[in-house]
Design a protein around this ligand. Structure first.
Ligand code: OAD
Length: 244
């Protein structure tokens, strides 16, 4: 990282775990251990029960809005600033829909799986930012046409936003260091980016509390909490030519 010209970072739910937001695949506390994704996170589930699906996502929106960024988010914001001000590139890609990277000050952030805070009308297609209180009725309706609103997140069986995945693939292919942080690396195409970076010659590292399918193929596997390892990593760069 001292010599890197372009660092690309991919984050997942583990980065927000220390902010109090549950991950998806934790065996006890994970959202998909407690809820069936096929009943909540597919277009079919929304068509069958829009009230339940929108209520669940709006509840998650309010819960995330009440949480704060942690040292992992803050360190990534700091790193992005240092790299950018040294004339280098730092691309931050996230699978998270909680907006905590943005609230920590990271900009730009590539949101691969959308956001809990953008809702889209299934009638007229208009997207609106929702940062206020919870909706009064479910499913919420569009102010412009009265159509049903859905959360602007990517569901199973759906394509990723074209612009976001295009930019992520470009950054994975062009970087010299790729960090995969707090993701189980089970969901594609996001999980494939680290391999693409490796094939193009980037050095790769994983920061994760646990082993994942990519742990054996990255150059470094740093095991532990992102909120502890990232500040330590930044600290270890303090003697680099970049002004940390
Ligand atoms: P997962 O829940 O699958 O994985 C979270 C990862 O973070 C696991 O490998 C944990 O071991 C690790 N972890 C937990 N706490 C950590 C901490 N404090 N520090 C470091 N690592 C920690 O979440 P994602 O990989 O983000 O998709 O899941 C990918 C996608 O699957 C999500 O974006 C979501 C889900 O279905 C959609 O909603 C479209």
């Amino acid at each position: 990282m001292r010599d890197a010209h372009h660092v690309t970072v991919m984050t997942g739910a583990g980065v927000s775990a220390e902010s109090g937001i549950p991950t998806f695949r934790d065996a006890m506390e994970g959202l998909w251990a407690r809820f069936d994704p096929m009943q909540l996170a597919t277009p079919e589930a929304f068509a069958a029960n829009p009230e339940l699906v929108t209520r669940w996502y709006d509840h998650r929106r309010m819960m995330c809005a009440a949480c704060d960024p942690n040292p992992a988010h803050e360190t990534l914001t700091h790193m992005q600033r240092v790299f950018t001000s040294s004339g280098c590139r730092f691309t931050l890609i996230t699978q998270n829909v909680d907006r905590l990277h943005q609230r920590a000050g990271s900009d730009p952030v590539i949101e691969l799986h959308g956001s809990l805070f953008m809702w889209r009308c299934t009638g007229c297609g208009r997207s609106t930012e929702q940062t206020g209180v919870a909706f009064e009725t479910y499913p919420p309706t569009c102010e412009a046409c009265g159509g049903c609103l859905r959360p602007g997140v990517v569901w199973f069986h759906e394509m990723l936003p074209e612009e976001a995945i295009g930019a992520a693939q470009q950054a994975a292919g062009a970087c010299d260091v790729f960090l995969s942080i707090g993701t189980s690396s089970m969901v594609y195409p996001a999980a494939g980016l680290v391999g693409a970076a490796h094939t193009r010659g980037a050095r790769t590292a994983e920061i994760n509390r646990d082993e994942t399918p990519i742990s054996g193929s990255v150059d470094w596997h740093l095991r532990g909490a992102a909120g502890r390892i990232l500040p330590a990593l930044a600290e270890s760069l303090s003697d680099s030519p970049k002004d940390f």
